[in-house]
Ligand binder design. Structure first.
Ligand SMILES: Cc1cc2nc3c(=O)[nH]c(=O)nc-3n(C[C@H](O)[C@H](O)[C@H](O)COP(=O)(O)O)c2cc1C
Length: 328
């Protein structure tokens, strides 16, 4: 029987399947169900800066109502970080108490000070690690790309200085050079890079002529994008890599590890089919390893990474040229 035990950012895990940040990972009972179903670890739903601000606005109003002015002054000085995310922090503690698997808290803030302050609090609340969800859609045409990247790198530096638990950075696929940004994140001390964030894209409702939100669940073929980039950067970064996007079955799981990922995250498939899919993926992966004679993940991890495929042309240009030639 294959051994699926591994580590992620130095934390021992029973298997490389993590449930990705989503509404599946917000309630302690649900997280317990995912852990019981066999998940190796879980990334909690992100807390967004807007959420923190909304909470805080309400609290300000409450305090403003009947409080002594000095007390109000004192409390409000540090209010945003003390009271806004209180609910989320309580959730971390509750979820940690409910399960034995590693619990990774996820933060999405815009301003650096908030990331750092909240990161510290998440650590105190019991999170085993953090995932910084860089969901940043630059909207200022006067801000050059290099400056946007600098902001992302600075966030990591700030959070790393603020906490002692491991820190992963979840990035999107829209950088000019994925190779450069991931290598710089790794050099700055990221403990893992999570590839890739899946942005919600608004749709247009043709009858109402209004924007509509769509759930945006993935399909298995969506995995080809992160698969390619994990394989390409595997030898460029020294930190761990977690692949997220389109892993729907044990085949996707095996491919993620073959490309060089340390863990993979699942989300859409659990929305579609329920937590029972976790066992199917783990059992399928384990069976495939047995059939191929792999006793442990190390036996095949990174076997299909770019550097292993000869003259660095596997997932890069050569495949593209081959596909075009094949079509002619
Ligand atoms: C309903 C839903 C909510 C999500 N919420 C978050 C979130 O709060 N933070 C985050 O980093 N990713 C979030 N994601 C993205 C997932 O964590 C994951 O990266 C993405 O869905 C790709 O994985 P999949 O193909 O297995 O779904 C969400 C995805 C879905 C479907």
């Amino acid at each position: 029987m294959a051994d699926l035990k591994t580590t992620y950012m130095g934390i021992p895990i029973e298997n490389p399947l993590l449930v990705g940040a989503s509404t599946l990972t917000i309630r302690p009972e649900k997280v317990k169900e995912l852990a019981d179903a066999g998940a190796g670890g879980v990334v909690l739903k992100s807390i967004f800066e807007e959420q923190i601000r909304a909470d805080v606005a309400e609290t300000y109003e409450e305090l403003n109502g009947g409080m002594h002015p000095e007390a109000y002054q004192y409390l409000s000085a540090d209010l945003p970080m003390q009271l806004g995310p209180a609910q989320y922090l309580k959730r971390i503690t509750k979820i940690k108490a409910a399960v034995d698997i590693p619990v990774i808290a996820s933060i999405n803030c815009i301003t650096r000070a908030r990331w750092e302050a909240f990161a510290k609090q998440a650590q105190s609340a019991g999170a085993d690690a953090l995932e910084l969800n860089i969901y940043d859609v630059p909207d200022d045409p006067d801000t050059p790309g290099a400056e946007v990247e600098r902001r992302h790198l600075d966030l990591l530096t700030g959070v790393k200085a603020a906490v002692t638990i491991p820190v992963a950075v979840k990035i999107g696929p829209y950088y000019s050079s994925i190779l450069d940004i991931t290598r710089r994140l790794s050099r700055l001390g990221a403990d893992a890079i999570v590839m890739f964030n899946r942005f919600f894209q608004p749709d247009i409702d043709l009858s109402a002529l209004a924007l509509k939100a769509s759930l945006n669940l993935s399909r298995p073929e969506d995995m080809l994008l992160p698969l390619r980039w994990v394989a390409i950067i595997r030898d460029l970064v020294s930190c761990d890599i977690s692949l997220t996007g389109g892993v729907h079955d044990w085949r996707g799981a095996a491919k993620a590890i073959l490309a060089g990922a340390n863990t993979f995250q699942v989300c859409s498939v659990l929305y579609k089919k329920g937590p029972g899919e976790i066992a199917s993926i783990i059992d399928g992966l384990s069976k495939w390893m047995d059939e191929r004679g792999y006793g442990a993940l190390d036996d095949f991890q990174g076997l299909m990474r770019e550097r292993n495929l000869g003259d660095n042309r596997g997932f890069e240009r050569a495949q593209y040229v081959k596909a075009l030639v094949g079509l002619e």
